[in-house]
Design a protein around this ligand. Structure first.
Ligand SMILES: NC(=O)c1ccc[n+]([C@@H]2O[C@H](COP(=O)([O-])OP(=O)(O)OC[C@H]3O[C@@H](n4cnc5c(N)ncnc54)[C@H](OP(=O)(O)O)[C@@H]3O)[C@@H](O)[C@H]2O)c1
Length: 306
């Protein structure tokens, strides 16, 4: 298949591209800085320039793709959520989705599938309540952001193509996402859970996320929202205990909520609240996770050669 990945230069996008290329697909990455990734041979993705908000020569290059994936978005956890940062977080996702939708609407040959990233933040703070794809949206900034993002993706169905909104949990890997930041204090024997510790962490190993995305684009009966999380959501306390065990470090030093609130403002809610999400649709469709428990996933990441 010919697959376009907007935002494919990021943490998730690189893993997805590598898997798709290994499986014999061809990949075009849309990037705001395409020069960074000029391919040297056909086993690499072709990088094409776009700005994420306007049509341009990229639309002709991408016409004829079988699948379009959007992973674009300014980083959620890099900066405090000031009003202007919140606008940027929303616009970089919603406008890039709409821009891809407008391009697709104008193509004579349309892709069969559009896949958009979203997040389990859609469900808001659910404490220990189990949520699946049928659960309603929750409250808070991330829930509102996910709703706007998913609505923009849903509009693309009007072009007569299948749309998937894939709600990622915390994606675990060494080369991006939250895990390397969480591992840092553990390396110095200063690791511990963010309190209250009872909040749930829904997570997925980066390899399983890439495999799930391939599974979804090759299973045409699945559509709409899909939780991209392992079946083993755990409390923050258990997550940090497993991380300490994997790194052979103690998990002794809890981080009080008020300290995070002072340091990060509203962004701290990403760590002090959580979701206990289940991958109901993926499991029902027969997807099997390589890493289905948190200890297996963190051991594999922390001790890759073990
Ligand atoms: N990683 C996680 O744990 C996680 C969890 C839930 C949801 N997600 C979502 O999944 C998607 C991919 O995650 P990721 O971890 O791969 O993110 P990432 O590493 O930050 O990559 C996102 C890509 O988006 C593009 N981008 C950045 N700022 C942008 C802006 N202002 N406008 C348009 N494009 C912009 C960048 O590509 P160029 O610079 O090449 O244009 C970047 O490589 C994101 O939307 C993220 O919110 C991730």
């Amino acid at each position: 298949m010919n697959i376009v990945i907007a935002g494919g230069t990021g943490f998730v996008g690189q893993h997805v591209s590598q898997l798709l290329l290994r499986e014999g697909h061809s990949v075009i990455v849309l990037s705001r800085n395409a020069k960074r990734g000029t391919p040297t041979d056909a086993s690499q993705a072709q990088h094409i320039q776009w700005d994420g908000c306007t049509q341009g020569p990229w639309t002709q290059v991408c016409e004829g793709a079988d699948v379009v994936i959007n992973l674009s978005g300014a980083s959620i956890a890099d900066q405090r959520w000031t009003p202007s940062r919140k606008r940027e977080l929303i616009d970089s996702r919603v406008i890039s989705t709409r821009t891809l939708g407008q391009a697709i609407a104008g193509w004579k040959t349309k892709p069969h599938t559009f896949l958009s990233a979203s997040g389990v933040g859609y469900y808001g703070d659910q404490r220990s309540k189990i949520v699946d794809e049928t659960s309603p949206r929750g409250d808070g900034f991330l829930a509102d952001l996910c709703l706007e993002w998913e609505n923009a993706a849903q509009h693309i169905e009007a072009s007569g193509i299948r749309v998937l909104e894939v709600r990622f949990g915390m994606v675990l890997g060494l080369d991006g996402g939250a895990l390397p930041k969480m591992m840092f204090p553990f390396q110095w024997f200063l690791g511990g859970p963010v309190l209250p510790g009872t909040q749930y962490v829904s997570w997925i190993h980066q390899l399983d996320l890439a495999r799930l995305i391939l599974f979804l684009i090759t299973h045409p009966s699945i559509r709409g929202p899909v939780n991209a999380v392992a079946p083993d959501a755990v409390t923050m306390k258990d997550f940090c205990r497993a991380l300490g065990k994997a790194m052979k470090r103690p998990s002794w030093f809890p981080v009080p909520e008020f300290v995070l609130k002072i340091a990060l403002g509203e962004l701290s809610t990403m760590l002090t609240t959580g979701q206990r999400a289940q991958p109901q649709k993926a499991l029902s469709a027969g997807f099997s996770f390589t890493y289905s428990t948190i200890q297996e996933a963190l051991n594999a990441i922390s001790q890759p050669s073990a």
